[in-house]
Design a protein around this ligand. Structure first.
Ligand code: AHR
Length: 505
């Protein structure tokens, strides 16, 4: 059995955790909206056609913000098509996914859904085929109280009070050649700056996210951030990061080390933001919005077939990755990485939420179930609130095909306002359990209240509608805390949540 140690001190504070790092994403793509959150006629649909089983599953995850309506979709989207009487809304070709958008669900319907799901909207505007004028109009429509063309249009369409959307994305992945209206970094920086200025004149209370790179592998990564931030730094608040990982070769050790890249990606973007800040002699701090992250690769081949077979189809089953146990481990490690960088990552969105590369799956007319990745997200969102603490970890390391010196134990800790300490850990070791010696003396007397562990002997194991509890977390016996020290066993390849509370005498 391997051995590692974790020392935690209540003064090793990284940052207050912004709850928005537990955000997610719903795009008009595949069955995310139609057949996902919305299915009128389903036995569990409410009076608005929203599936109540899905709403319940989302609420259990605790998702404070949902990015909407795209994604690639937004770069060709005309928001005006999605408001007003539903029977008068046009159907449109969506050139992002080569499907047909019916516009049956639009801004009003989504705002209603988000309220039911206890979430706020993070709204992405189209900076691909459209520009600043259009951004001004949708913002006026959503947030202006009344007495102007678009705010009065909202009122005429049935919503008197402003929607009050606080967080806006200035386009999506504008560095990507696959994007409608993609741009060079300079072109994007200029348009983002002008759009940001105008939007903040309409509503100074909003916050804006500028598009960073679509991934750390992009050839323009780094230069993109530097060039575009040079143009828009003063008027934006966050820069976005997107990253998906996959394991197409079945190399689990390497796959589980992917967060080494994620960590590096974050730190590089932080350095560039701060370099631009320095160059501009600015007092303002731009933070990070990791607004697309997940595992994504299982469905790629299948999607090619679907698109070939049914070009311009409606609500096709696209990007329906079926997540296995090792995906849940990586998602756990990605959450640990976000928490570790929570001094700069203030927003993050698990992409996406329902059916499309999602923790929640549905069958049209049928059930709703949790994929493997649902659980680490739920644990982090539920227990990873308050203050992030930096643990000092000593752990055996391994080398794999792309990464060297990968610690087998990846861990982060948080302390809640009530003094409850939570340690999240992944044991990446492929064959051996690991004893973790915890030193928590600075917190005073503690009791261990819970040890949640998730493990499966088969890294390929999945949950299905028929067998939804194949891969689920279990409660294992807690350890004794003596003189502020505890010893826990982390099973080989496992996700663990260790919870401690102040001892009451
Ligand atoms: O989340 C799926 C897609 O991935 C999004 O539409 C796009 O922004 C990214 O490339």
């Amino acid at each position: 059995m391997k051995k590692s140690t974790l020392i935690l001190d209540k003064e090793y504070k990284i940052s207050q955790i912004d709850p928005r790092i537990y955000g997610s994403f719903i795009e008009h793509l595949g069955r995310a909206v139609y057949g996902g959150i919305y299915e009128p006629g389903h036995p569990l649909a409410d009076e608005n056609g929203f599936r109540t089983d899905v709403i319940e599953a989302v609420k259990k995850l605790g998702v404070p913000i949902v990015r909407y309506p795209g994604g690639n979709f937004v770069s060709g989207f005309c928001w005006e098509d999605s408001v007003g009487p539903v029977d008068q809304r046009p159907e449109r070709l969506d050139l992002a996914w080569f499907t047909t958008e019916t516009n049956e669900v639009g801004l009003h319907e989504f705002a209603n859904w988000a309220k039911k799901a206890d979430s706020d909207i993070m709204y992405a505007i189209n900076l691909g085929t459209r520009g600043p004028e259009n951004a001004r109009d949708i913002l006026e429509y959503a947030n202006h109280p009344g007495g102007s063309k678009y705010s009065d249009m909202r009122i005429a369409n049935g919503i008197r009070d402003p929607l009050g959307i606080k967080l806006w994305c200035l386009g999506n992945e504008m560095d990507g050649p696959w994007q409608m209206g993609s741009k060079t970094a300079y072109e994007y920086g200029r348009i983002a700056n002008e759009t940001a200025k105008i939007m903040k004149w309409v509503d100074p209370s909003i916050e804006l996210v500028a598009c960073g790179s679509s991934g750390s592998y992009m050839p323009t990564f780094g230069d993109w951030e530097l060039t575009m931030l040079n143009e828009c730094y003063d008027n934006i608040d966050y820069v976005s990061l997107h990253r998906y990982y996959g394991n197409p070769t079945g190399d689990t050790a390497n796959f589980l080390a992917s967060t080494m890249d994620m960590d590096d990606f974050i730190r590089t973007v932080v350095s560039i933001c701060d370099a631009v800040k320095g160059k501009k002699h600015s007092k303002k701090q731009v933070h990070l919005s990791f607004d697309e992250w997940n595992v994504w690769y299982h469905s790629i081949e299948q999607d090619k077939e679907i698109k070939k077979r049914d070009r311009w189809g409606r609500a096709l089953p696209l990007l329906e990755d079926i997540y296995n146990f090792e995906d849940a481990l990586l998602v756990g490690s990605m959450l640990i990485t976000l928490l570790r960088n929570s001094d700069r990552v203030k927003i993050a969105c698990l992409a996406q939420l329902v059916n499309v590369i999602a923790p929640i799956m549905t069958r049209n007319g049928g059930g709703c179930w949790a994929q493997t990745i649902y659980y680490p997200f739920m644990h982090a969102s539920k227990y990873g609130r308050g203050t992030a603490l930096r643990p000092v970890i000593s752990s055996p390391k391994y080398d794999c095909s792309e990464y060297q010196d990968v610690p087998i134990i990846d861990a982060m800790a948080t302390v809640s306002d009530k003094g409850e300490v939570t340690v999240f850990c992944v044991n990446r070791d492929m064959s051996e359990d690991c004893v973790l010696d915890l030193d928590l003396r600075s917190f005073g007397p503690l009791v261990m209240t819970e040890h949640i562990a998730m493990h499966h002997d088969d890294v390929q194991a999945v949950n299905t509608e028929e067998n939804p509890e194949n891969v689920v977390p279990l409660n294992v016996p807690v350890s004794k805390v003596e003189d502020g020290k505890a010893e826990v066993c982390l099973q080989s390849l496992s996700w663990n949540v260790l919870r401690f509370s102040p001892k009451t005498i």
